[in-house]
Design a protein around this ligand. Sequence first.
Ligand code: AVJ
Ligand code: FE
Length: 433
Amino acid sequence: MTIETDRLRERVAAELLRTRDRTALLTEAVDDGDLIRQHSPLMSPLVWDLAHVGSQEELWLVRDVGGRDPLRPDIDELYDAFKHARRDRVALPLLTPAEARRYVAEVRDKALDVLDRARIDGGRRLVTDGFAFGMIIQHEQQHAETMLATHQLRVGAPVLTAPEPPAAPSFVGGEVLVPGGPFTMGTDTEPWALDNERPAHQVQVPAFHIDRAAVTNAEYAAFIDAGGYDDPRWWSAAGWEHRQTAGLVAPAHWQRDGDGWVATTFGRTAPVVREEPVVHVCFWEAEAYAKWAGKRLPTEAEWEKAARWDPATGRSRRFPWGDETPEPRHANLGQQHLRPAPAGAYPAGASPLGVHQLIGDVWEWTSSDFHGYPGFSAFPYREYSEVFFGPDYKVLRGGSFGTDHNAARGTFRNWDYPIRRQIFSGFRLARTA
Ligand code: AVJ
Ligand code: FE
């Protein structure tokens, strides 16, 4: 065993533990009634997410990598996300909270045993650089964000607490020019990058301007006050149709309070903070705002160039600030704060061109549909991303305050339907130079 392999093993074990702590916190903060309840038809009951995390870990680490016998083959079907829609999961004969906790703990014991004995440094592509473990760690982290979104939809006394995000030393606004020219999008070298982030490929991105910060609550409120929700000029046909049928009048969780707005966040109602990025808006709202403002959403390639392209070397970095793994000073990630931070709060995380908070705070809608990059090949299974390719999904970039730092990077791609706003979604503006 080489030292590098031992280090990788230690890192994987530490990440598995750290990730499970968050899952435990999100599922222990509420009582059993809240774990089995459907808080929204858009979301699974929390107890489904919990056992599903264990089920995926059993499938990929215990059975596939470890070659061990199944623990609970009888429940595979219940926790297969493709077999039952989220809205139907509450009616399934799910494991009880106590059973689900026992199940995920048993799976974890076996997975750690596999980690001790498995060759994780190569041989099969699935285990090179511990990829299967990284995939399962990121999977659980993605569900931690999904569970956080479920918490946001839960009605009742607050159960989650976290310190306030940092204040901005100075407010950041305006835009920067990103020069035209080639840039390398996607990655071949990021060891735990998922299939849809690969392969690295050159794209020609014409010069564009991009805002230094995401659109703030104050800016978004001005759009509402200007009658933006009542003026079809700003909306695409599909967007206007949705605005009408869904009766959209403001971001989700906002309520009028005199001339201003209050928002309910994890059970607490407070005035909307003017300098924070707007969150819980759908793609159609983002698009309408952009048109009203005389700009547009960035394409996915523009977003990634703004986030990764180093003008000094022409190289693509892992993160806006460089190649260094995210630290709390770089970005608002990992549920350390339960809200986005004001524009300018993370100067250490800015890009060389001065674009702030591309990573963390809020997922940013792009104008791009979710497609495979040229040369895409599904790995390890088509259901991770390939089955979602097409015009139905829009790409979001950057991660939110609810995203683990391990599942947020310059190449990471998220996707959702353009009507969705239960996710921690905001946006920033761009325009062609
Ligand atoms: C990448 C957030 C769109 O939640 O559907 C979780 C992540 N994939 N389990 C999703 C995922 C399988 C995925 N998103
Ligand atoms: Fe999943």
